[in-house]
Design a protein around this ligand. Sequence first.
Ligand SMILES: [Zn+2]
Length: 208
Amino acid sequence: MWSSLTSFLSAIAFSKMSYSQLTDAFARGNEYLRVVQSYALEPGMVDIENSLWGYYTRTLQSDQIKICTWIGNNISQVNAQLEEYLQACHECFHPQERHHIKIFGAPLAQSFGIDGLCNILSKPIIILIDVGRIAPEDWLSLVAHEYAHAHVGNAGHNQQFADVLHHLCLGLNLEPPTDDEMKIELKLRSWPYCRSTQNPLAFWMGEM
Ligand SMILES: [Zn+2]
């Protein structure tokens, strides 16, 4: 999918990194994206897309290579942070109540318009978070939202989801929904509130 590395590499021959360091990072990033695609509800959900005036297009090939290379070099730190937040969510429940959940950062296709997703059908349950779409201060909030889906084992925003999310918010020191808000599905869908970034791909290209 992300091929033709040579032209990009010759263009950045001035870079301090060696050719082999760059190709290794690109290959790792490319492979990582392939693997997380297989974790999504459908593979197309993990993709690098640009949005311009409401139209979605594939990114320039040079940007795709930049993103894969950045992922190859940096995704382990991103995932370590997400794992820490996942553990904080686990801490809100007794060990015997905790489900087997794995979490990964991934660029989600912008045409889906989602910041994160929870694949409750996979074993273990998979949470994917597009860390490029929301401010880092709000990553925990998004992890808590997806964790609530994983814990309930349901993609909907029903009363059971609301109860679990409320419990998580109290435990994680996030603002819990009020009794009235807990009855409104539309409110719960984007609870807790997360600030969106201007350009989701900027993060994935290491420009933030
Ligand atoms: Zn949700």
